[in-house]
Design a protein around this ligand. Sequence first.
Ligand code: BG6
Length: 503
Amino acid sequence: MKAQKKLPPVIMIIFGGSGDLASRKLMPALFNLFIDDYLPDDFAVAGIGRTDYGGEEKYREHLLEGVKQFSRRKDHDEEWKKFSEKICYVAVDIKDDAAFQEIGKWIEEKSKGWKEHPIIIYYMAVAPQLAPDIAKKLYDQKLCADPKCTRMVFEKPFGHDLESAQELNQLLGSMFDEDQIYRIDHYLGKETVQNILALRFANALFEPIWNSNYIDHAQITAAETVGVEDRGGYYEQAGALRDMVQNHILQLLCMIAMEAPVSFDANEIRNKKVDVLNAIRKFNPEDVHSHAVRGQYAGGWMKGEKVQGYRQEKNVDKNSPAETFAAVKFFIDNWRWQNVPFYIRTGKYLHEKTTLITIQFKPAPDYAFPEEASDTWRANRLTISIQPDMDIRIRFQSKRPGPSMILSPVDMIFSYAEAYHEDEPEAYETLLEDVMEGNPTLFMRADQVESAWRVITPIMDAWGHRKPVDFPNYAPGSWGPEDAEALVARDGHHWVTLPTKNG
Ligand code: BG6
């Protein structure tokens, strides 16, 4: 899709310019924005890192490899030539103050002669422990002094727990305006996630029944078919709860549970989301066991390939208690959602790569129909498939053709691929464009991050105090530990999965 508007001049500085995030996500996203004509004519991006590539050309070649491998568009050689002229590399050690003076000088020289003063974006694509130091140095060197035209982007994890997140927020708050800080959660940039707001609030159909009178329960599954890969060191400190639940899953939950915003103002939407986080019931230590399940993958087979157990992965302790799977039953204690369970689950090396939201409605009374008609009676269900397929399905009862009144459930399916023949942007494209434009709606405000930590703190604490006794407890390629099935089965439910394309 071609851009409808042009952005102001932009300079982007990527700390961690030689890292994975830069070559897998950020540069492909910027390149796609360039192809779609979103980037301003006055645009430059600099990777900052210690690796010596032996010249700018080599750095660009390295990034092109990333584009060829990871971008949704691979064969745009002519465009790449033009785009790559905008890419520079500054090899410095960010521990030195001098590095920041050099970056400042580079920005000044680069933007000389530009029509307008550029928006300067500092992207922290570095290990989280380095980000506060970089922020301090940016402040000391006055590189972020003008709040109108300087912004910083922070990757997750934002803090390691409530306390550290609060400390980081305080530190940043003492140096910068909240408007300058963009805490990224890439799930919010996904097309299907943004569409939840449209589905709920741009249609008259759903909102009147979107409450505990009609909804029996909701589910969110975010399943992956990869293991922890080479991120064992990080994952040991994180686990599925911190890595996926504190951010992505709670954000999805906010989208489905929030009240209608009165405007699309960034703070209005974020206020409505934070209300949900604040209303989520915080478990007492003795309730954690019956509401939350953890798992860790064993060695085994994944799609015909032998894979090792989590405890055998690189940089992982042989007796590690880190969970690679988590399932939780949440409640939102407000009028709309009283007593409606929200089941969430996420894990590595699960049966299928899928992110799926299910809204299960209460059954309609079936007394009007003959007994045999209702053998296959099913309650209405709405499923929102976030990835890899992007679709929305409504399940309802229909009469089978024939002389007798036999009912069966059918699905009405809206598929993005069939409805729109456009390539949808990657989450990072949407989010980077928003940072350049200065639109923080899809980013986490300080209080949102802290509220999300508050939700998972009781679970983290309980799991920290009581070491798991049954790890590893699920096989690669399964749907996680048996206890996760029991968590929903106890309430008479089951986890919803959709038929896969090839089976
Ligand atoms: C990241 C997590 O935030 O999200 C990873 O750190 C996870 O562990 C990834 O694999 C999943 O993202 P996506 O977009 O592939 O669902």
